[in-house]
Design a protein around this ligand. Structure first.
Ligand code: HEM
Length: 214
């Protein structure tokens, strides 16, 4: 059974919301870095010890990612085919689309590239990093990685794109489900931008903290 354009947009919105949930949960876990090596390493061990449950969550996450990207790519291609124009043109909008709205497909691709880099960087890497002559496991790996300013810069730039993507996401989800009236649009846009900027700044605080303290 083929999905309608609206159904595809709704699935993109629902999976996007799930991914935002992961981004917030992952951020709160990562904040344990500020508490020190034991806090982060114990948390990572706790997650790994979940075994089957962790894998169920990972499969759910991968499924959301694939559906979100696959349907978005499909919607973009169909729009280009139907209008013979660029996806960046939003002819029917009452207001001029924001910068974050115009670059949604691009920021999405940057996030995909970042996630691949990030998994190779931390998940598939040996969980080891020496600080003050002692191997501090996953904590050591993260801290020694961010001690390199170039490495930190790559993360901060990626977080800026994540922030831009999220800035438009929330208002987009509200619009997809018809939950926002025209006169509330500006309020939703402001809240959405605040959440995007807040998440980008919060994530970036981790490499900045390492650069300033190690
Ligand atoms: C400063 C920013 C970040 C830090 C310090 C960080 C840290 C980490 C660490 C240490 C791991 C490996 C955990 C382990 O194997 O035990 C990890 C895994 C992961 N991170 Fe991040 N992360 C950051 C940002 C992000 C962002 C923005 C995303 C998504 C857009 C993300 C997505 C993931 C995913 C999908 C995994 C794999 C999870 C799994 O193995 O189940 N991370 N991260």
């Amino acid at each position: 059974m083929a999905l309608s354009t609206l159904q595809k947009k709704q699935l993109v919105a629902v999976t996007g919301l799930g991914l935002v949930g992961f981004v917030i949960a992952h951020l709160t876990g990562n904040f344990l870095i500020f508490k020190g090596a034991d806090a982060l390493n114990d948390y990572a061990k706790f997650l790994h010890d979940l075994g089957g449950l962790l894998w169920a969550a990972r499969i759910g996450l991968i499924a959301m990612f694939v559906i979100h990207m696959g349907l978005t790519a499909n919607l973009v291609i169909n729009k280009i085919k139907a209008r013979g124009s660029n996806y960046a043109k939003f002819e029917n909008h009452a207001q001029k689309p924001s910068f974050s709205a115009r670059i949604m497909p691009f920021s999405g691709v940057v996030i995909l590239a970042y996630v691949i880099f990030h998994l190779l960087d931390f998940t598939f890497a040996e969980k080891s990093g020496i600080i003050n002559g002692v191997d501090q496991g996953l904590y050591g790996l993260v801290v020694t990685s961010f001690m390199d300013p170039l490495h930190s810069a790559i993360y901060i730039i990626a977080m800026a794109f994540l922030g831009l993507h999220l800035s438009h996401s929330l208002q987009s989800i509200f619009q997809t489900f018809g939950l926002v009236s025209v006169n509330r649009l500006n309020t939703i846009r402001t809240i959405s931008t605040a959440i995007g900027v807040g998440i980008a700044v919060a994530y970036s605080s981790i490499p900045v903290y390492v650069l300033l303290n190690f």
